[in-house]
Design a protein. Structure first.
Length: 575
């Protein structure tokens, strides 16, 4: 490709709207442009990287025995009503009616559609296992689209769905997908970790998320420094504390004036106590009904754990208005005594004595509050976020809590969808059975952003070779010089004919501008044809990642580049 003909609008300035480096660089390097909130156009460079990731995904999915198909994006409401998700899915599902008043939605995911397809077309155990996938644009009306390709409303996903005859077979498929995912992300040059994830209300099942470690990740993950334990925050268990050998004597309940002291920091400083002597009372709406959740002052409620403990579909932290108007309580001074709503407690709270809590009265806290004597709880369990001072639930080793970007998610679904949609097959005894399903997603477009978060410097992107839009950028440093231009053109022809993705910067621009743009767009190898070629028949090759340069005779340049590309590729897992 000739740069002079390419739509590649690079920007000198960092766009103010972009907070994280991948978003900034994708805009500056001319990979994407925003149409409207969370919706982006892929310019030629962006599309090339997207297609390279898709190709790796395809190869590995096919290798693992999955088959590609392409499902409709518009989905009829009645399918979603059958699965029960038409109501449950929430406002991320973009619903609309067509001219015949038929309710429809834009596909955020395709469990319903694929299950419908399979129930109509697959009837016998002899046709199983079946693993189907597609690479397609999804639409989710995200409440807070942000960070460019990281969290879009429209984004490209690989979604796969497996159908097996029984749990054991589904387990084999799941493990195959887990291996395929590890290969996919390694081949994309992403450093990734599989972590255990929450399976929500579909009990007894299994799920892993694939996390690219990066400081800008939206998720925090919990990893053990001593063993292989790794989980996301929703899943990372905090085992119950050992029961105290002797409980301290219950002291007399005291009211203390705490004017204006609301937060844990304020109250502990004001009373001269530590946060672990205080209990935080958090009001949530669980499927719309208020519930109070108690955690120790130095802990935070994990909403998914709360949701699972309560066995509800949705929990939402109550705002100040709800607390005042619906619950008739005082934000900042909440406590468990005298509440009429259900009270649930983290199991760390269950071993506390003489706690400090709010008094459910403006400017007042209570001291020496005791469970049993002063209030009761309806349920206790693991409700809180793990912290770096907790120890590993598997080996008691030290935990770390790095941040990560979720690029993939695999999930053993069991029979929840096949039962809801009555998708069945005849087993080898002629008995009707629901398919045992799994689903497997990859955020293909999000992977571009994740790769940049992991691979960049002050000058721009440093693409891993397998997903770089071009492998080589060839700079003609003197486009007005006929001899140099002929040399550059010939090398470009040779590289292209040898199957190397080459971008030829033939623009009438100063070398400095070409160097800057080449660094910004992150092409792994840069070849420079300039004065040196005119004087000594030599070209210079520079590696984007290491900055290493070497000078070679033009005659051997193509061979040298091919060899360098091979060397870089063998450093990465083989295709
Ligand atoms: P998240 O927790 O980030 O919202 P999710 O659990 O909703 O993700 P899945 O439904 O498992 O995501 O989707 C499969 C994959 O699609 C995710 O692992 C992620 O990489 C990608 N993905 C999900 N939502 C978005 C989005 N809004 N923009 C870009 N990629 C996304
Ligand atoms: Mg989501």
């Amino acid at each position: 490709m000739r740069y002079s003909q390419l739509l590649l609008p690079t920007l000198k300035e960092t766009p103010a709207e972009a907070e994280i480096v991948s978003h900034q660089l994708l805009l500056r390097a001319g990979f994407i442009r925003k149409l409207t909130a969370g919706i982006y156009a892929y310019l030629p460079l962006g599309l090339r990287t997207l297609r390279k990731i898709e190709a790796i995904v395809r190869e590995e999915m096919n290798r693992a025995g999955a088959q590609e198909l392409l499902l409709p994006m518009v989905q009829p409401a009645d399918l979603w009503q059958e699965s029960g998700r038409w109501e449950k899915y929430g406002p991320e599902l973009l619903r609309f009616v067509d001219r015949h008043q038929r309710a429809s939605c834009l596909g955020p995911t395709h469990e319903e559609v694929i299950t419908d397809l399979v129930r109509m077309n697959v009837h016998s155990y002899k046709e199983l296992p079946l693993n189907l996938y597609q690479i397609q644009t999804k639409f989710r009306d995200e409440i807070r689209p942000r960070f460019g390709l990281m969290r879009g409303r429209e984004f490209v996903m690989k979604d796969g769905y497996s159908f097996d005859a029984d749990e054991a077979a589904a387990g084999i498929t799941y493990n195959k997908m887990k291996e395929a995912y590890s290969r996919i992300f390694a081949r994309c040059g992403l450093s990734c970790r599989a972590v255990e994830a929450d399976t929500g209300t579909i009990g007894g099942n299994f799920s892993h998320e694939f996390m690219v470690l990066a400081a800008t990740g939206e998720d925090t993950i919990v990893v053990c420094t001593a063993c292989d334990y790794a989980a996301n925050m929703e899943k990372a268990t905090c085992p119950p504390p050992a029961p105290a050998a002797t409980l301290p004597a219950m002291l007399e309940l005291e009211r203390i004036a705490t004017p204006g002291q609301k937060t844990v920091e304020e109250v502990t400083a004001f009373l001269g106590i530590t946060p672990d002597q205080l209990v935080k009372t958090m009001i949530y709406l669980a499927d719309g009904k208020p519930v109070a959740a108690l955690v120790r002052g130095d802990h935070e409620v994990q909403p998914v754990k709360l949701k699972n403990l309560l066995g509800v579909v949705d929990v939402e932290l109550a705002g100040e208005d709800t607390i005042r108007k619906i619950c008739d309580l005082v934000p900042g001074y909440l406590g468990p005594i005298g509440l009429t709503m259900p009270v649930v407690a983290d199991h760390q709270v269950m071993v506390m004595a003489n706690m400090v809590t709010g008094a459910n009265q403006e400017d007042v806290h209570l001291k020496n509050v005791n469970l049993g004597r002063d209030f009761t709880v309806s349920q206790a369990g693991d409700l809180r976020m793990a912290t770096a001072v907790d120890s590993c639930p598997q080996c008691h080793g030290r935990l770390e809590l790095p941040r990560g970007i979720e690029v993939g998610h695999i999930f053993k679904l069991g029979t929840s969808y096949s039962e809801a949609l009555q998708a069945t097959f005849l087993d080898d005894h002629g008995k009707r059975q629901p398919f045992v399903m799994g689903c497997y997603g990859i955020g293909v477009s999000r992977c571009i952003a994740a790769a940049i978060e992991q691979n960049h410097d002050d000058n721009g992107i440093i693409f891993p070779l397998p997903i770089a839009p071009f492998q080589v950028i060839l700079l003609n440093l003197s486009p007005k010089d006929v001899e140099i231009s002929r040399g550059a053109d010939n090398l470009y022809e040779e590289l292209t004919s040898r199957g190397i993705d080459t971008l030829h910067d033939d623009r009438n621009e100063r070398p400095g501008i070409k160097f800057k743009d080449a660094d910004l767009i992150g092409i792994p190898l840069r070849v420079m044809v300039g004065k040196r070629f005119a004087e000594a028949g030599e070209v210079e090759i520079k590696q984007r990642a290491s900055g290493d340069t070497q000078v070679l005779p033009m005659a051997g340049a193509a061979d040298a580049l091919v060899a360098m590309l091979d060397r870089i590729m063998t450093g990465a897992p083989k295709a």
